[in-house]
Design a protein around this ligand. Structure first.
Ligand code: AMP
Ligand code: MG
Length: 323
C-alpha cells in the first residue's frame, strides 16, 4: 500500500485552483473562451506532478499536458496568471521554470509505477459550469490498479463535491474538502426499470444514437438515462449511484480514446466490484502508449448487468456490419 495523502492534497489544491479560475473567468457569463481551460489545465497538472515529484520521485508519469507546449503555446498573460495562481496556492514564489519542470516530471521514465494524469477531464463541463474531474490513475505492469479522482460537482448532500480513491482492490469516497472515508461498492440492481444509465453530454464524444440502440437491444428502454460530463461517470458507477456507463464512438470516428481519460476510472470501478471493458467484454488495452488504439468502445457497469449489455452491444454491432 502506498500513502495517497499527498495526492489527495494535490487534487484538493488543483480543485481549488480550478474553482478560482471558474470564478474569475466564467461565473460572469463568459463561457466560450479557451483561456480558462488553458490556465486551469496547466495549473492543475503542475500541482499534481509537483506532488508526485516530491513524494514518488522515481515513478513514471504520463500526463495530458507538456512543458514544451506550455512554453510555446501559452500566451504571456496566461503564463503570468498561472504563475501567480500557483504562487498564491503554495505560498511560495513559483517561476515558469518550476512549472515546466513539474509539468514534465516523470515523462519517459522507466519505472514499475506509472501515474496517468488528466488534470481537467471534461473541459466542456468545466467551461459550462457543469461537471468535471481531476483524475490520477496508477498503473503497474500496464494494468490500472489505483486511482484518485476529484469530482467537484458530485451530488453530495453538502454540495461540496467528492474525492474518490482506490488501491489494492478497495474503493472509497470522502468529501472533497476532507472528512470521513466511506467504503464504496457498485450497485446490486439488475431490474431494468430501476437502472440508471450514464453517457456523455457531448454528441461528438460518443454516439447518442448508437447507445440508444444498445439500450433497446439490451432491454433497458425503461431505465433512467442521465447525460454527464467527465470521469465522474465512472465514480457514479463505483459509488453505486448508477449501474451503466456506455461510451460508443460515432461510426467512422477516427479519434482514439486517450489513456488518461480511462485509467483512473477503470481502476476505481474495478476496485468497487464493477467492470470496465471493451465492447466484446475483453479487458481495456492500456498497453498501446497514449491511446487505446485497439478500443471499439467502453462499457462500464456494476458487473451484474454486464453480460446483458454485452449481448445488446453484440446485436447492434452485427446490425451495423450488415447495413
Ligand atoms: P465526456 O465528458 O465523458 O464526454 O468526455 C470528456 C473526454 O472526451 C475528454 O477527456 C476528451 O479528451 C474526450 N474526447 C473529446 N473528443 C472526443 C471524441 N471525439 N471521441 C472520444 N473522446 C473524446
Ligand atoms: Mg480528459
Amino acid at each position: 500500500m502506498i500513502d495517497l495523502q499527498p495526492i489527495f492534497q494535490a487534487v484538493r489544491q488543483a480543485a481549488e485552483l480550478c474553482r478560482v479560475v471558474q470564478e474569475m473567468h466564467l461565473a460572469g457569463g463568459e463561457k466560450t473562451g479557451h483561456e480558462p481551460v488553458t490556465v486551469a489545465d496547466y495549473g492543475a497538472q503542475a500541482l499534481l506532478c509537483r506532488a508526485i515529484s516530491r513524494h514518488f520521485p522515481g515513478d513514471a508519469v504520463l500526463a495530458e499536458e507538456q512543458g514544451g507546449q506550455f512554453v510555446e503555446l501559452v500566451s504571456d498573460s496566461e503564463k503570468a496568471q498561472i504563475t501567480r495562481l500557483l504562487s498564491d496556492m503554495l505560498g511560495q514564489r513559483v517561476t515558469e521554470a518550476d512549472i515546466v519542470r513539474w509539468l514534465d516530471h516523470g515523462y519517459g521514465y522507466e519505472a514499475e509505477r506509472l501515474w496517468v494524469i488528466d488534470p481537467i477531464d471534461g473541459t466542456r463541463g468545466f467551461l459550462a459550469l457543469r461537471n468535471y474531474a481531476i483524475a490520477i490513475g496508477l498503473m503497474v505492469n500496464g494494468k490500472p490498479v489505483g486511482a484518485v479522482i476529484g469530482a467537484p460537482g458530485y451530488p453530495t448532500p453538502d454540495r461540496g463535491g467528492a474525492l474518490f480513491h482506490a488501491q489494492s482492490g478497495v474503493a472509497y469516497m470522502q468529501p472533497l474538502a476532507g472528512g470521513a472515508l466511506k467504503r464504496i461498492h457498485a450497485s446490486e440492481r439488475t431490474e431494468p426499470a430501476s437502472l440508471r444509465v450514464l453517457e456523455s453530454v457531448e454528441k461528438s464524444h460518443a454516439s447518442h444514437e448508437r447507445m440508444e440502440r444498445v439500450r433497446q437491444a439490451a432491454g433497458l428502454a425503461e431505465s433512467a438515462l442521465e447525460r454527464l460530463d467527465s470521469m465522474e461517470k465512472y465514480a457514479r458507477i463505483a459509488a453505486g449511484d448508477a449501474e451503466l456507463y456506455l461510451r460508443l464512438p460515432r461510426l467512422f470516428s477516427k479519434r482514439p480514446h486517450m489513456v488518461w481519460d480511462h485509467v483512473a476510472g477503470a481502476a476505481l470501478v474495478q476496485a468497487a466490484g464493477g467492470l470496465a471493458t471493451d465492447v466484446d467484454g475483453s479487458a481495456l488495452d492500456f498497453s498501446q502508449g497514449r491511446t487505446l488504439a485497439n478500443n471499439r468502445g467502453i462499457i462500464v457497469s456494476n458487473g451484474r448487468i454486464h453480460a446483458r449489455v454485452l449481448e445488446g452491444v453484440a446485436k447492434v454491432l452485427a446490425d451495423e456490419a450488415r447495413s
